[in-house]
Design a binder for this molecule. Sequence first.
Ligand SMILES: Cc1cc2nc3c(=O)[nH]c(=O)nc-3n(C[C@H](O)[C@H](O)[C@H](O)COP(=O)(O)O)c2cc1C
Length: 249
Amino acid sequence: MAVFIQLIIFDVQYYIFSVASLTRAIPTGPMPAEHPENAMNNSLIQSIEKRRTQYALGPELPISAQQTTALIEAAIRLAPSSFNSQSSRAVILYGDESREFWRLVETALGKIVPAEAFAATKGKIDSFAAGAGTVLFYEDQDVVKGLQDKFALYADNFPVWSEQASGMAQFAVWTALANADIGASLQHYNPLADADAAARWNIPAAWKLRAQMPFGSNEKPFGEKAFMDDARRFKVFGTATVAETRAAA
Ligand SMILES: Cc1cc2nc3c(=O)[nH]c(=O)nc-3n(C[C@H](O)[C@H](O)[C@H](O)COP(=O)(O)O)c2cc1C
C-alpha cells in the first residue's frame, strides 16, 4: 500500500512538473541554433522533433485504426532488441476497449488515492481515456528467462536489455504516431493495472506491463521545449572522411 501511495504522489508530481516545464515559454527556437542545418533536413530527425508529449487528446485519428495498428506493429517489429530476442509485446486498444483500460486504472486508483486528491487524479485519467486508443507495452519475461538460461554469462544484463528494448519500441511507436499527426503521451500505471488488464484481455502471465501510451488527435498545440547546452552534453573526438561519391553529390 505504501508503495502505491508513493507511486501516486510521484505520478502527480511528475504530471505537474511535466506540464509546467513543457508549457514554460522558452525564447529560443525548437532546436539550439548551433545544430548543423543538415541534421534538421534529415526526415527521421524531423519526425523525432515532431514527437512530443500530448496530454490534450481527442478521439479522432487522421488515419484508420487498421493503418494505425500497422504503424504501431511495424515500429515495434523493426525496433532492435538484444540478441534479436524480440522481447517486446503490445496490446493495442481502441475506443471502448481503451476507455475500459483507463476505467480499470481509475478504479484501482480510487482504492488508494485519498478522497480529496481523487478529483485531480480522475481528471488526468479522463484525459487519457479521451483519446482514440492506448498501446500497452509489455516485455515477455519468458524470453528474458530463456536468454538467461542460454547465456549464463550475461544473465544479469538481460532484464536491463529488455527494459532498453522496451524503451526503443516505445520511442519508435511514439515517433511513428507523431509522424502520422497522432498525439500521444507515455504513462506508467504499472503494476497497479497489471492484474485487471491481464484478466480483461487474456494477457499471458509472462508478459510484464512496462508502459502505457494513450494516443489520439492533438487537441492543443505543443508548448516550447527547453534544451540544455550541447557543450555540456556531447563530447566528440577524431575525424572521419566522406566517401568520394557522396562528397561529389
Ligand atoms: C523513460 C520515460 C518515462 C516517462 N514517464 C512519463 C510518465 O510517467 N508520465 C508522463 O506524463 N510522461 C512521461 N514521460 C514523458 C516525458 O515527461 C517527456 O517526454 C519529457 O518531458 C519531454 O517532453 P516531450 O515528450 O514533449 O519531448 C516519460 C518519458 C520517458 C522517456
